[in-house]
Design a protein around this ligand. Structure first.
Ligand code: PLP
Length: 368
């Protein structure tokens, strides 16, 4: 690798501040002892503040997908009718998890790059009164789109009283999602996205309604059995050995966010999202998502006509040490994605845009 530090512009894992990385090297402690108990209760409490919930919050040693899986297997039974609302690859993943455990999943598809039309969810729920749960991706990382979760929640909860399961992995701690106000039943997050902690921890909020559903939920579960997690948490423990080092890092990250104030952190993301999109347009490039639903944590940019997307990404990495993400699924080769979640500066985005501009020139791109 070159001397210049990589500018990791991915939508997760994101680059971690030096002090967070240093927290990882704290000496090991007994995960059944008083120090971990104190740490777990403190971190869980801070997590509740960030989720804006009085309900339970569980922290799991797994990537974000583990929390998504936990949200399904703890609230549903095989054969249950579920409405999935995918707007990209991660929405597809949520639907697939439910299918894997035998849920009867109906997919309400939207074009990739657009948000779910809340009215279409109302129509789908009207048409199938026996649906028990709705799966929603708050922020679709594969397309750079943020759904109008507030409007969706009003329909799912206030109008139909269904279980609302939300993947907020790439919006958690970056884009407002007041869990109790919006009555979301289970909301999943992951450590390596907006919290600027390395990968390995996931977390989820779990409402009273979700707890009721859990009593009759028959899907098989063991590692992700939240009943066990809850009972352990009451004793200041986790059922299995937790990623203790990551808890040290999470403790610091959450303390920093809460000290600065979540509103401040949300504002920072609005600003950097807007700054990134303007920069892209100034280079003569097109965004995948409409400004009305554009995400403030990740931007998907269309690969211009005549340019090979993979070559572009490779060149940005090898010649400029700027690492952006490619397109996934049906957007592979068609878009690339710039992450701007966490504590991202204008300078880092400018550096990314400069590398993009130079790389495009090298590849023969001329502005139309
Ligand atoms: C990253 C991401 C996931 C998957 O998280 P992992 O930690 O890779 O398991 C799921 N959903 C969304 C929206 C994401 O951004």
């Amino acid at each position: 690798m070159n001397d210049k530090k990589q500018n990791l512009r991915l939508p997760g894992p994101v680059s971690c501040p030096r002090e967070i990385l240093e927290a990882l090297s704290s000496p090991m402690i007994n995960h059944r002892g008083p120090e971990f108990k104190e740490l777990l209760l403190k971190v869980t409490n801070m997590m509740q503040r960030l989720f804006m919930t009085d309900s339970d919050v569980y922290i799991l040693t797994s990537s974000g997908s583990g929390a998504m899986e936990a949200s399904i297997v703890n609230t549903l039974s095989p054969g249950d009718k579920v409405l999935a609302t995918p707007i990209g690859a991660f929405g597809d993943r949520y639907a697939k998890i439910a299918e894997s455990y035998g849920a009867n999943v109906t997919r309400l598809e939207s074009e990739w790059g657009t948000a779910v039309d809340p009215d279409s969810i109302r129509d789908a729920l009207k048409g199938s009164p026996d649906i028990s749960a709705v799966l929603v991706t708050h922020n679709e990382t594969s397309t750079g789109v943020t759904n109008d979760l507030k409007a969706i929640a009003e329909i799912v909860k206030d109008e139909f009283g269904k279980l609302l399961l939300v993947d907020a992995i790439s919006s958690f701690g970056c884009i407002p999602l007041p869990v109790d106000d919006w009555k979301c039943d289970v909301v999943s997050g992951g450590s390596q996205k907006g919290l600027t902690v390395p990968p390995g921890l996931s977390f989820l909020s779990f409402s009273e309604v979700a707890k009721q559903a859990q009593l009759t939920a028959k899907m098989p579960r063991f590692y992700f059995d939240l009943e066990m997690v809850r009972k352990s948490l009451e004793r200041g423990m986790t059922p299995a050995t937790p990623a203790i080092s990551l808890f040290f890092a999470l403790d610091l990250a959450l303390s920093n966010i809460l000290t600065l104030g979540v509103e401040q952190v949300f504002k920072r993301h609005v600003h950097i999202g807007d700054f990134t999109r303007r920069g892209i347009k100034d280079l003569g490039l097109s965004l995948l998502a409409d400004e009305s639903c554009a995400s403030n944590t990740v931007t998907a940019v269309k690969v211009p006509e005549g340019i090979n997307g993979k070559e572009l990404i490779d060149l940005m990495r090898t010649d400029y040490q700027v690492v952006v993400a490619g397109g996934v699924g049906k957007l592979e080769g068609k878009v690339f994605r710039i992450g701007h979640m966490g504590d991202v500066t204008e300078g880092e985005i400018e550096d990314c845009l400069a590398a993009l501009d130079s790389s495009l020139r090298t590849l023969g791109f001329t502005r139309s």
